[in-house]
Design a protein. Structure first.
Length: 265
C-alpha cells in the first residue's frame, strides 16, 4: 500500500478535521503534562506543539509555535540546526515504511540553557486517504554528562552543538552494508581516536572472549577502505569519505543507547 506526501494546500475538509482533533489532543496534554510533543507538515513547518516544547524554543505557548519553521524560532540553537532537522524529517517521510521511527540526540543551547534532548519522530499519517501529512515529534531530557563522559572529544572535533541520529544495526553507504561494529569503528575514527584507544573502548563497552588489539582495529579500518574502494587504505581519505556521507552525524545504536541510558528505541 503506497502512501503519498500531502502538502497543506492539498488538505481536504477530512484532513483538516483530522488535524483539528490532533490539535485538541495536544492542547489537552499541555494542560495536564509537561510533555514536549508536536507535529510538522511535510515542509517541516510546525502545525502545533505543547506548551512545554514552546518554552524550550523561547516561545510562551504551543500556539506560538504553529506556522513557524525551525529556522524561525527565537531559540538560536534550534535555528542553527534547522537544516539538520529538515533533513531528518525528509529522510523519515521518504523512507518508504509508514511505521518507521527515528531518534536523534540534540545538544545545543535551548531557551533553558545547554541541554541534551532525545527527540523521537514518526510520520503523521491519515490512513483513510493513504496520506503522509507530516511528522510527529516528542522529546525527553537526558543527562549531557553521559555524552561527554563516553565520547568527550566530539565537542573538540565537531563543536558544542550537534544533532545525532541513532543508527541501525546495519547501515548502507553507497550500496555497501556496514555492521554495527563497523559503524562504531567509523564513528570513533572520526573523533580522531587512536587504534589502541578504540580497542580499549570496545573491550569495555563491547566485550568479547578475546581482547581486541591495535592490530584488530587496523584490520577493520583496512577492510572498510577495501569496501569503499579507498586506495592504500589511507585513514585520512576514509575519514573524509565518512564525513562527506554524514557518518559523524549518525551515532551507532549501541553508543546511542548507552548515552541516553535506555533500551532500544
Amino acid at each position: 500500500m503506497t502512501y503519498a506526501m500531502l502538502a497543506p494546500e492539498q488538505f481536504t475538509d477530512e484532513h483538516k478535521s483530522f488535524l483539528a482533533g490532533f490539535r485538541q489532543s495536544i492542547e489537552m496534554l499541555s494542560k495536564s503534562s509537561d510533555m514536549m510533543l508536536g507535529a510538522k507538515d511535510i515542509h517541516s513547518r510546525h502545525l502545533i506543539s505543547t506548551d512545554a516544547y514552546a518554552r524550550i524554543v523561547a516561545l510562551k505557548q504551543g500556539g506560538d509555535v504553529a506556522g513557524r519553521l525551525d529556522c524561525e524560532m527565537p531559540c538560536e540553537g534550534t535555528a542553527e540546526f534547522a537544516d539538520s532537522y529538515v533533513s531528518e524529517d525528509l529522510s523519515l517521510m521518504r523512507g518508504g515504511k509508514i511505521e518507521r521511527k527515528i531518534a536523534t540526540l540534540n545538544i545545543h543551547e535551548y531557551a533553558d540553557g545547554l541541554k541534551a534532548r532525545v527527540f523521537n519522530k514518526h510520520m503523521l499519517v491519515h490512513h483513510p486517504s493513504q496520506s503522509i501529512l507530516g511528522t510527529i515529534y516528542s522529546g525527553q531530557d537526558v543527562e549531557i554528562g553521559n555524552f561527554l563522559n563516553i565520547i568527550p572529544n566530539y565537542v573538540l572535533e565537531f563543536g558544542a552543538g550537534c544533532s545525532l541520529e541513532q543508527g541501525s544495526a546495519y547501515s548502507s553507504l553507497e550500496g555497501v552494508t556496514l555492521t554495527e561494529y563497523e559503524q562504531e569503528v567509523c564513528f570513533l575514527l572520526l573523533l580522531n581516536w587512536e587504534f589502541k584507544q578504540i580497542a580499549a573502548f570496545m573491550d569495555k563497552y563491547r566485550p568479547r572472549n578475546a581482547p581486541r588489539t591495535t592490530d584488530s582495529v587496523i584490520k577493520c579500518k583496512n577492510y572498510l577502505c577495501e569496501k569503499f574502494g579507498i586506495e592504500q587504505a589511507r585513514l585520512q581519505a576514509l575519514k573524509e569519505f565518512l564525513v562527506h556521507h554524514g557518518l559523524h552525524r549518525k551515532i551507532p545504536r549501541s553508543l546511542f543507547n548507552r548515552l541516553i541510558g535506555s533500551k532500544l528505541l
